[in-house]
Write a protein that binds this ligand. Structure first.
Ligand SMILES: [Zn+2]
Length: 325
């Protein structure tokens, strides 16, 4: 059995775990990232966390094959550099060199959404498939592509930012500078915006009353709760959300025809209320002949472990491919 150390570098928490070659976690631990610190301090703490997990796990050090890190932003797995992160301070950080000073193991780094997709492919909802796309509906819309059992992230490892593909030209403004991106209609942030607008436009609605009862608090569940209470205003918000998500998923199918699309992130906790109508509409709109096999659209399974497992599996793939770490 080979073991890998997976590290999930997040804006709030940094998690690490020992994972076997089937994607099973043996032990894990986490620390606060304290994101506004100097980048070298953060990397030093990542190394300390990694050593702690290795010590606590009881697996001999010589059975641990490599370290993988999933990080937000753009990294270069050839040079071992974390080039840029949006919500952390990393700018051209030679993270592989820094890790080698602390732990003598091959070290690999990839984008967090991409490694999460690899986790679904190896051990989660897309297990057994050759190609899959994992879409995360959270604060933004994350996307990761796995093609022939490997992460596909473009020639420069800066792809595939599916959340920033435009579905409505001139639509809602996006943080990326464009308008009408997938993300500004299908993220939790988008659903909160549309829920708030609908409640203001329909003060008589159950939706508005629900928000008032919650002292103005709105989240990704609010419209679903009011819809289940029979509110037509909330139903219209969800109908629009599902419609836009289905159109974007049809775009994903038409672009790369993955065997599986796994949907994760906070909004995916709505389960079948979200999945079933989105699946029907996306497949109906995709450019697919009648008797041809259809992609499977399913809920993601890996949850909070996706980052650790995916980072470890990415390290495993890099070792198999003979990449210098
Ligand atoms: Zn955008």
């Amino acid at each position: 059995m080979h073991y890998y150390l997976g590290i999930d570098l997040g804006g709030t928490n940094t998690k690490a775990g020992i994972v076997d070659d089937q994607g099973k976690i043996y032990c894990k631990d986490s620390i606060k990232t304290f994101a506004d610190r100097d980048q070298y301090e953060i990397v030093h703490d990542m190394g300390t966390l990694a050593k702690r997990v290795i010590d606590a796990c009881g697996i001999p050090f010589n059975e641990i094959t490599a370290i993988g890190v999933g990080a937000p932003g753009t990294s270069d797995n050839v040079t071992g550099e974390l080039i840029f992160t949006g919500n952390l301070s990393f700018r051209h950080m030679p993270i592989r060199d820094e890790f080698h000073k602390m732990i003598d193991l091959p070290f690999y780094i990839g984008n967090d959404a991409n490694v999460a997709a690899l986790a679904e492919s190896k051990a989660g909802a897309a297990q057994g498939s050759q190609s899959s796309v994992t879409i995360t509906l959270g604060t933004g819309v994350g996307g990761g592509f796995v093609i022939n059992n490997r992460i596909y992230s473009g020639f420069n490892q800066a792809g595939c930012e599916i959340g920033h593909t435009v579905v409505v030209a001139g639509g809602e403004p996006c943080t990326c500078g464009r308008r009408g991106c997938f993300e500004v209609y299908s993220s939790a942030t988008a659903l909160v915006r549309d829920t708030t607008r609908a409640a203001k436009a329909h003060p008589e609605s159950i939706l508005n009353q629900l928000i008032l009862d919650n002292l103005g608090h709105v989240d990704g569940r609010t419209a679903f709760i009011a819809m289940r209470a029979g509110d037509p205003t909330a139903s219209a918000v969800i109908e629009h959300y599902i419609e836009m998500l289905a159109e974007s998923l049809a775009n994903v199918i038409n672009s790369c025809m993955p065997e599986v699309i796994a949907i994760g992130g906070g909004i995916s906790h709505e389960g079948d209320a979200l999945l079933l109508p989105v699946r029907d509409r996306a497949l109906a709109r995709a450019f697919l002949a009648e008797n041809i096999a259809k992609p499977r659209i399913v809920l993601a399974k890996m949850g909070n472990d996706a980052g650790i497992v995916g980072a470890a599996m990415m390290a495993m793939n890099c070792m198999e491919d003979g990449l210098i770490g």
